[in-house]
Design a protein around this ligand. Sequence first.
Ligand code: SAM
Length: 344
Amino acid sequence: MASASPIAPSPTSARRLIDSHGRVIHDLRVSITDRCNYKCVYCRTGELGAQYPELGIEEYLRLIKLFVNLGIEKVRITGGEPLLRRGLIELIEQLAQLRTLAGEPLDLALTTNGHLLDNLAAPLKAAGLNRVTVSMDAVDAPTFERITRVPGSFKNVLAGIRAARAAGLAPVKINCVLLRGFNDNQIEGFAHFAREEDVVVRFIEFMPLEEGRLWTPEIVVPLAEIVARIGRAMPLVPLPPREPSETARRYTFPDGVGEIGIIAPVSQAFCGACSRVRLTSDGKIRTCLFSQVEHDLYGRMRAGEDETALSNYIVQTIYGKEARHHIGEPEFLKPSRSMVHIGG
Ligand code: SAM
């Protein structure tokens, strides 16, 4: 006998965003541009520039407020490269004024390549940003710059990381995407880097979200291999998850100095605990990184729909969030947008 499907929430009474699989969505990622000043070899084909229109800062703010009034508690600003976006500081200032349904300030984070962070870390902190994640795929300058394809980028990013720490954007997290044959020789170096720079290093398995066609199962460096390799160099001590929807498996070292996290969406998918939804730079809702459909929230706003209608649309859209991704399965279809154009 087929099991009864859950009843869709009544939009106007909804106080939280819940999908048809019972997951509560409280984490919103917002891309504010799909422009980027890096051309990372595993992400871009080499062309710079935006493919999708950007909204005005006030328009992002209006859309984000709708989500916050429906139970979003964490907002992460991303891109493209969000530090390229004029009006970023004002956006953070405004977001810092918002309150969750429980009356708390939002957990406000930003993901950046760090190239412009040296000068912006202190103003971002003063505007109300809580945390920053810096993407960094190698700890030696030549490998780093072979990946970003921007000469001189390593020293900028290192300065950015140090400025973020000095500004109190703690804990500074470093995201490293590992690709076999590109930068998997950096694993042990990153363990030392985490300890020396007092940052949390998180290795992320490479997902099929690149502009070109690089992804194969073999190029992914899986969680188990990363743990084994660091463990051979230095013993690792597992840390407990801080919340059920935590995506990273966390480890420290016997002396408690330094933290390593591994995010394994490919080898150990965590879709069952997903609490995320994304808004693209052109105002489309994506309920999953691998969604085949997008939901044009901004189009409805431009057409004059009021806050109630827009909120109802968000509730219904999130109710239909996909159960899981299908990476590595025969029916897997690559989404039409790549990571840089979705918002990582
Ligand atoms: N420009 C910002 C940055 O560099 O952090 C934000 C956007 S970037 C697309 C966000 C993150 O996505 C980066 O850490 C990047 O390494 C990661 N990323 C890009 N393509 C990826 C892929 N195919 N699989 C896993 N992570 C990816």
